[in-house]
Design a protein around this ligand. Structure first.
Ligand code: ACO
Length: 333
């Protein structure tokens, strides 16, 4: 999505993240399923993941990340016009997790809705926020990605349980006070024909929750790992390539790429596709695993706060997830 001249520039005014304290290491997983630290590290790059305790939910983590992002932006919750929550692990089917967080943070003047684009959800929601601010419809939009994947993980399935973790990240999108910075462009794509390589089959209107769906574990994530891997490499590379080309840029112009943190090998392949050295790629999946929509805003907040994003830096966000969906964004800080 290109910006046309009659739109004002939106920028990321603040970020925050929150992860559970409780950590589950690869060595812990060795005691739960037939796997090894060595297998998990070499196949995925993951060493640890953070897991929500009882009472910690997508809503509580998301609210904490949101408060930190608002503090960082220097604004109060009462001036937020819209809350968008990207998640595949909502508090409940409805009301939306965005409404739950709206209440928790007292954003009394905000509209609220969820966005479901699986792991690409943060960029999808950022894209909506960008245009809501750019068009003048909203002044401050709070974009939150929060997940408790541990609650939809089959802890007896070694194909999936070693990959996922819990956490939340948030960003405040506001009108840019000066010309050069901001969200330059976003790119969104999907392919519903491949939806069944990565999904939760039970609990929706197709297979309403019943003893049978629960007995068959249909409320857990199911993934065809090899197939997902192949499409992810292709789609992430494509999303990175296309957005740069559309803006007349190349990998050389990128100061930092923040990719969806699913698998180190997918991240390396994406960097190779745009000739980006790994020093310019932000990686934290060793610490958190795959937190679906939350990986990018958690990494973005870390990168801003630990000095990896300097003033003027061009940052490329790129993600892939269930749907299938894939997306990218170019942001100048
Ligand atoms: N420990 C030990 N062995 C395992 C484990 C495990 N945890 N899991 C699978 N294996 C075995 C398999 O059974 C298989 O054995 P076999 O050859 O005897 O059949 C062998 O390891 C190799 O399995 P592969 O699936 O070929 O392993 P691969 O190298 O593809 O790595 C992985 C698997 C890490 C899942 C990889 O395919 C991957 O990362 N896929 C993409 C996942 C992803 O990106 N998901 C993103 C979206 S998530 C979301 O949207 C919520």
């Amino acid at each position: 999505m290109h910006r046309t001249n009659n739109l004002r520039r939106a920028y990321i005014a603040g970020t925050g993240h929150a992860v559970p304290e409780k950590v589950l290491t690869n060595f812990d997983l060795e005691k739960m399923v037939d796997t090894s630290d060595e297998w998990i590290r070499t196949r995925s790059g993951i060493e640890r993941r953070h897991i929500a305790r009882d009472g910690e939910t997508t809503g509580t983590l998301g609210a904490e990340a949101a408060k930190r992002a608002l503090d960082d932006a220097g604004i109060g919750p009462e001036v937020v016009d819209l809350i968008l929550v990207a998640t595949v692990t909502p508090e409940m089917v409805f009301p939306s997790t965005a409404c739950v967080i709206q209440e928790a943070i007292s954003a009394v003047n905000a509209g609220a809705m969820d966005v479901n684009a699986a792991c690409s959800g943060f960029i999808y929601a950022l894209s909506v926020a960008d245009l809501m601010v750019a068009s003048g419809k909203c002044r401050h939009v709070l974009v939150i990605a929060s997940e408790t994947l541990s609650r939809i993980t089959d802890w007896t399935d070694r194909n999936t349980c070693v990959l996922f973790g819990d956490g939340a990240g948030a960003a405040v999108v506001s009108p840019c006070p000066d010309g050069d910075r901001g969200i330059l462009s976003t790119y969104l794509k999907s392919d519903g024909s491949k939806g069944e390589i990565l999904y939760i089959l039970g609990g929706g209107s197709r297979n309403p929750a019943s003893h049978e769906t629960v007995d068959q574990g249909m409320h857990f994530i199911r993934m065809s790992g090899r197939e997902t891997f192949k499409v992810a490499v292709q789609a992430m590379g494509d999303a990175a390539m296309r957005i740069l080309k559309a803006e007349g840029l190349s990998g050389e112009d990128v100061d930092l790429m923040i990719p969806h943190q699913a698998n180190m090998r997918i991240i390396r392949a994406t960097a190779r596709r745009i000739d980006l050295p790994m020093e310019k790629v932000y990686v934290n999946l060793n610490e958190y695993g795959n937190t679906s929509a939350a990986t990018i805003p958690i990494a973005l907040d870390e990168a801003r706060k630990n000095g990896r994003i300097e003033s003027g830096a061009l940052v490329l966000l790129v993600a892939f997830g269930g749907g299938l969906t894939w997306a990218s964004a170019l942001v100048r800080f």
